[in-house]
Design a protein around this ligand. Structure first.
Ligand SMILES: Nc1ncnc2c1ncn2[C@@H]1O[C@H](COP(=O)(O)OP(=O)(O)OP(=O)(O)O)[C@@H](O)[C@H]1O
Ligand SMILES: [Mg+2]
Length: 301
């Protein structure tokens, strides 16, 4: 519900307030939903991306998706597709994201999306809802999608946080998979200081204890698996009140870790038949593969 066109620009090094020229760059369709769809299709899983699209660049978005073999079903958003920019400084090893906030979808977009969604539910096994929706949608759209999917017996995986996550939990999504910071911002904002969680020492141990306690309760109350990714640190997973960890091996040649969470979500969703731990293993495999490519949300060059 928030597609984007993505420029990726690599620089030997970036100097602020100077002209910087990029010898290596890409232009792709992206956004959490599209990224998940791309990785699923690369895994050989039939998948379809449902979104809102609008403005002059919609034909370009659709053509670029088609070139990648991705199925996109869209309804009119009445607002132009935004851009995101990734700046890679090879000397610093830094990856900087510049994100345009999306314009609001027009009145009527949500109704059209609901209608298209209901039709697609008939033929789908798993619904993945990923990312933050564009402004203009009501707070009801995501919980509605989760409720309808569960009423029709579909599997639901959520890579989102905040109100959308809180209001979706009562419908028992199968797995929720925010990163740790997003989870803390949703359920325990008091643990966050200056936008960060403590990474080491006694404070980090206290965060772990507090977070896992919340996860245990939520996983029992809402009968859902909880997977919290933490970049290169081991993934925390909780199912039926029982916590577990899955180690992460650093990708040998990490180029761009943006979208590793989306690749993880796709891998996880694709492998849930094998159980939560096996699905986390597949998620971690895909997240690591994504890190090795410049493109965001891909496991193939
Ligand atoms: N450098 C890396 N090497 C290997 N695996 C990685 C690396 N970075 C991320 N991963 C894998 O991807 C998973 C998701 O990463 P992370 O927690 O950074 O996601 P995220 O914050 O949701 O990212 P995004 O939303 O940008 O996709 C990690 O749990 C890990 O398994
Ligand atoms: Mg993420």
């Amino acid at each position: 519900m928030n597609p984007t066109l993505q420029k990726i620009l690599c620089f030997g090094s970036i100097t602020i307030d100077r002209v910087n020229r990029s010898p290596r760059h890409r232009f792709d369709v992206a956004g959490k939903g599209l990224n998940v769809c791309r990785v699923l299709s690369q895994l050989g899983k039939p998948s379809l991306h449902l979104t809102t699209l609008g403005g002059d660049l919609r034909p370009l978005f659709l053509e670029k998706s088609r070139q990648e073999g991705l199925s996109v079903r869209w309804v009119e958003s009445g607002s132009p597709i935004r851009f995101c920019y990734t700046l890679i400084d090879e000397k610093e090893g830094s990856v900087t994201e510049l994100i345009e906030n999306a314009g609001a979808v027009e009145e009527g977009a949500e109704g059209r999306l609901r209608e298209a969604y209901e039709k697609l539910l008939a033929d789908c096994g798993t619904v993945v809802i990923a990312g933050t929706k564009a402004p203009g949608f009501s707070g009801e759209i995501v919980p509605f999608m989760v409720r309808r999917a569960k009423e029709r017996g579909r599997r639901v995986v959520l890579d989102l946080w905040g109100e959308d996550l809180l209001n979706s939990l009562p419908y028992s999504p199968d797995v929720i998979k925010p990163n740790l910071l997003e989870f803390a911002a949703t359920f325990a904002p008091n643990l966050i200081h200056n936008g960060e969680l403590p990474g080491e020492g006694a404070a980090a141990a206290a965060v772990k204890e507090a977070v896992l306690e919340i996860c245990k309760k939520l996983s029992i109350e809402y009968r859902c698996g909880i997977v919290l990714t933490r970049g290169l640190k081991p993934v925390w997973l909780v199912s039926g009140g029982v916590p577990d960890e899955y180690p992460v091996a650093p990708a040998p040649r990490a180029l761009n870790t943006t979208g590793s969470g989306d690749a993880f979500t796709a891998g996880l969703a694709s492998a849930l038949d094998a159980g939560l731990r096996a699905a986390v293993a597949e998620g971690a495999r895909c997240g690591a593969l994504n890190a090795g490519f410049l493109q965001v949300g891909t496991i193939r060059g």
